[in-house]
Write a protein that binds this ligand. Structure first.
Ligand SMILES: [Zn+2]
Length: 302
């Protein structure tokens, strides 16, 4: 991959003044312009700025462009000067520079992913095995809980409250917070960490990673990417970013799974049963399944 075609970024006057064909002042017509070589952004104090070198403009500017003429000579101009001096021609140059910048950013992004290919594959493989262990447990817990409609409704409600198990408590008669029509105040008696994994957020990342991330990442190589068009490279870059996003989300889900299956966490479901369910709803099969759910936290997946 070529690195020649880039819009350079300069942060000091010395950086571009030291270029061999740089001139502090030039006179040029629109047709003499070849391209924007780079951009400069100078430090805040005005004494660090440089006067525009184009067509005797001579105004100091903090930011602007380094422009190259067809004969190879270069000078600097303020960020609005090119447009003021050259109009439409300058817009063409700016559009070309923007295209170059986009292409360079895409190339860098693809190269960066290629450079960490092995590290990403290692990370993906280790995520597959650790995610699979938790996925297995989540599916087992769900299979048990889904059989009990009322309990499941309470679990979903609890998940919506970020795991809070809230019960109604009677208000003291002299409470200043008393509101008419309310039977009592709500009090959080426990928080079930990671319970959203059971009701909405769960994704089988072991599948996603083994079926999409790993096979495609495996196919990435410098030879495969060579000669690809800008559009194709942009698609690679997008997919590469998506893979990294998937791995990050899988890691996050893994952390939440750790919380969900932390000792004593699922046991708090018993509080839901105790406080939120009517006696006739607490069937022996429900109590048995809740016990089974609690026991799952200590199971080691095959
Ligand atoms: Zn100027």
């Amino acid at each position: 991959m070529q690195h020649d075609d880039e819009v350079l970024q300069f942060n000091s006057v010395q950086e571009f003044q030291s270029r061999p064909l740089f001139h502090t002042a030039l006179v040029a017509a629109a047709e003499d312009l070849e391209k924007i070589v780079g951009k400069y952004l100078l430090p805040e104090p005005r004494m660090a700025w440089i006067c525009c070198g184009l067509n005797n403009c001579d105004q100091p500017h903090r930011r602007g462009y380094i422009v190259r003429l067809r004969d190879g000579r270069e000078t600097n101009c303020g960020h609005n000067c090119g447009s003021n001096h050259f109009g439409v021609k300058w817009e063409e140059l700016e559009a070309a520079a923007a295209k170059t910048e986009t292409a360079a950013a895409t190339r860098k992004s693809v190269e960066a992913i290629l450079a960490q290919k092995q590290a990403l594959l290692d990370r993906a493989n280790s995520l597959i095995s650790s995610c699979a262990k938790f996925e297995y447990k989540v599916l087992m817990v769900n299979a048990l809980l889904l059989q009990h409609t009322t309990l499941w409704r309470h679990i979903k409600e609890c998940a919506k409250l970020d795991g809070a198990v809230r019960i109604e408590v009677a208000l003291p008669s002299n409470s200043i917070n008393y509101t008419y029509g309310s039977k009592g105040a709500l009090k959080t008696v426990a928080t079930i960490d990671g319970i959203r994994l059971l009701t909405e957020d769960f994704i089988k990342y072991s599948n996603v990673i083994s079926k999409s991330v790993i096979p495609e990442l495996n196919s990435w190589s410098a030879t495969e990417l060579e000669g690809k068009s800008q559009k194709e490279l942009a698609a690679y870059s997008q997919r590469g970013q998506a893979f990294i996003g998937t791995l990050n989300r899988a890691e996050k889900q893994l952390q939440t799974s750790h919380l969900l299956f932390r000792k004593g966490n699922l046991e708090k479901i018993k509080l839901i049963v105790q406080y939120k369910m009517r006696s006739r709803e607490k069937t022996s099969s429900l109590l048995k399944d809740v016990d089974a759910v609690v026991a799952i936290e200590s199971i080691v997946a095959p």
